[in-house]
Design a protein around this ligand. Sequence first.
Ligand code: CUO
Length: 676
Amino acid sequence: QQIQLTDRSILSALFDRPGEPLVNAIGNIRFNVPPNFLPTTYRNVTLENRFGTSPQVTIPNNTIIPDLSLPIQLRRNEPFSLFIPMHRKMAARLIDVLVGLKKYEDFVTTVVYCRSLLNPLLVSYAYSVAILHRNDTRNQALPNFACINPGRFLSARGIAKELQERTNAPITDEQRVRMPIEIPMDFTGTDLDVEHRVAYFREDVGINLHHWNWHLVYPFEGPREVVDKDRRGELFFYMHQQIIARYNFERLSNKLKLVQRFINWREPIPEAYFPKLDSMLASRVWPPRQAFALIRDIARPVEQTYIDLQDMERWRERIFQAIHDGRVQNVNGSFVPLSERNGIDILGNILEASDLSINPNLYGNLHNVGHLLLGFIHDPDHRHLESFGVIGDSATAMRDPIFYRWHAFIDDLFQEHKNTLPRYTDRHLGYPGITIKSAELLTNGKQPNILNTFWQKSDLELSRGLDFLPQAQIFVRITHLQYTPFVYRIRVQNSGKERMGTVRIFMAPHFDDRGLPMRLRQQRGLFIELDRFLVLLKSGDHTFIRNSTQSSVTIPYERTFRNQDRNQATSEDTNYCGCGWPQHMLLPKGTPDGLQADLFVMVSNYADDQVNQRSTNMCRDASSYCGVRGEKYPDRRAMGFPFDRPPTEGVETLESFKQLGNGNMFSRRVAIFHTR
Ligand code: CUO
């Protein structure tokens, strides 16, 4: 059966089994391609009979492929990282080509060509970015990346070995692949390493998927229309700030100290990390980092990467200077103020750095290069022929404790800027006439304001990602944190006329790592956003009920653990958007005797929140951390409002903070219980 190039199933098939050659019928489609599309080894191979019944697509012999001479230089079995400047250029070029192709058919044929001849990690990245950003493909489903590239999320070699062993077991083929392969929770370490207590968070598949997807939606390189999104620099700040806040909440749930910023770059790093991941694509084991490793200058001819720690120190000084001056210098030498409105956005692009950096020569590439220095800590001059560690790839970076220490340092720079801004007053915080009478958290049949977490097992189906294994379904079973869904019940009084309000819900730990109640100055950095939504406020009293599963920071559970069997694809696939915090990780773990936390609810004045735009996008359920694809960020306030700035002089506690405004802010103590 012949299918047309325009057949949508081709887009999805091209993600499958990225390490297998085209002649193997990828994603059950046979690709009949011109000889120049194939590596020399396969040029004379005819399509095998075993794929005889699969649909076939033919790519004409005279197909013209755009100039890919740069990205094709990355060999197929080499690791790929966006943090390596040379790789970054290759990716930018490939994205440029794929997004720039006007005709849909040309796009597809070019991807088929890339799929066959270019580095599969580079291709799956650039191809995903292109799908998200082309007008003719932006509604196409992106597959769950953990399912097509399990090596970066799970121990893939362990899975392959387990399957192999089962080949000789006295069970049927059907049973063999259907029996889920259980991945133990503690597969990377023991609690002898205190940091391992929060490994379940760092190694969570959903959290790592969120981070990978976020960086796909907000690439820092590529054509202008791909990079230049509304408030992308600010979102870089906010999304990562929230990761640190959430991680700290998790640490307090496990009796660990708060994250220590990584500021003294010339001191050994006590935290070790042994990822136990292996990339089947790049045929390597991800290198570990020993305890007390030291970062050194990088000089690696293989990636043409040369970085001195001194450069980093200079960039840091210049950025601090600019923050304290309240202005940055652009390439023409003129000054641009770091204003209340968009200073944080300018700074985000400078720090990351993205292509939008106002002056890359002056301010460098601090955050990205940090990932690189840490990633090559075990082999800075390539004498051992080793590649980067997990911190060097956005799909794996969050597994390593150093990720949080590095980002806590980056966040500290952003806070340095926030400290220079005027404090919020009644005028910003209040909503005259609107009073919150009460706010409660209700879990079915339980005492109010008590939340519960527990361990849950879920399955992922990996047949699309395990190269050269049988085409049957393969399930792995993983154990992850989960919470019992709850509702917010919020009573609001409107003593004026009908209007709109934005409900903002946050939560923070009540006690610090010494067991003392937190001052707001410290606590404000630990507030995690739980939800944000609009309400219509008619005159009088209202009770709003909102489900925790509706949260504006999360994507539904099914998007993390969705069955990836192509035959069971649902219509939800067509507007699948992967960016968003996983629903199962909405709450921190808590403790067996109940972790004390402060719930904060605010109704802010919609007149100050409103963004004028007509919204059509279906892909908006995680807008707090991910924005809305193709639209402006749907909230005009500074991200993290009202906790993004330090409180005014004299306001020391959350209690006194909520006295500002006019009763439109509310807080109460809640507790999170964890059951084993
Ligand atoms: Cu997301 Cu450092 O930016 O990993």
